[in-house]
Design a protein around this ligand. Sequence first.
Ligand code: SIN
Length: 305
Amino acid sequence: MLKTKLGDIELDGVFTNGSGANDDSLEKLLQIAGSRAGFVTTKTSTFLPRAGNPGPRFYTLRNTTINSMGLPNPGYKKMAEIIRELKTKTKKPVFASMSGFDAHEAGEMAKALSAADVLELNLSCPNLHGKSQIIYDPEATDEVLKVVKKSTDRKIAVKVAPFLDSDAQLEFCGIAKKRGVDLIIAINTLGNAMYVDADREKIMLKPKWGGIGGEAIRMVGWGNVRRYYEYFKGSIPIVGCGGIFTGKDAFAYALAGASAFACASALYTPEGVNAFARMEKELEEELKKHNYSSLAEAVGKAKEF
Ligand code: SIN
């Protein structure tokens, strides 16, 4: 059984569900809590309930997913109730993923969701067409973090989009440091993607664009995690996310600098949440094979050529 620490949060289990993967109701969250997940992450809630985008809005193709869900969720007030109930039924830390569309909404939501152990600010959903991703706007990111920090004493995690430009990522790092972000969850799906079926001559999502996850973005995940690790030098723990299907994938994320792992695409298989126990066993074997006596020892140990 693997353990890890994210700052002073001790976790019995090193995996969680990446927000969005079957986590919008108490029943689904309890299923995750009952698995080998070390912590439980909710579906991102928004200020108002949302039905999400019309669809079709989700596909898995060759270990890569594409979705244009658009944050369907029951709204933050209902999510706060679900979290309070969940906390009476599990001892595992709960991360409340939330997305205020402006700093005011984010502040109100942060107060209401404070039954959670960590507030995970999703600043990176690529599927809110007409609303740009806050994470790519340094001023808006700074403002949201400032207001949320004032609104809650909970720890703050930021779910970041893939940064395809190192300077833009470093600019975000500076803001995260200034505003006292406690954790980084890297990375969300890579947006602005499209699935075109050539046989049908058809764009398969409605709306047309979505975010890709899974194998196709794993290397972007490793690269982004490593840059955070080198910038923060371990002072802000990182949860690696993006294309983790096996213990070996997670091991590589650990070597890049991640201390825990979030999986989404891997949960959309018949194995479901049982994937956590399998991946944990595989990760234990990898650690043993490479002579690490704990996960913590392996974090950041990828050597350079
Ligand atoms: C969605 O609901 O659109 C997926 C979650 C996300 O990208 O943050």
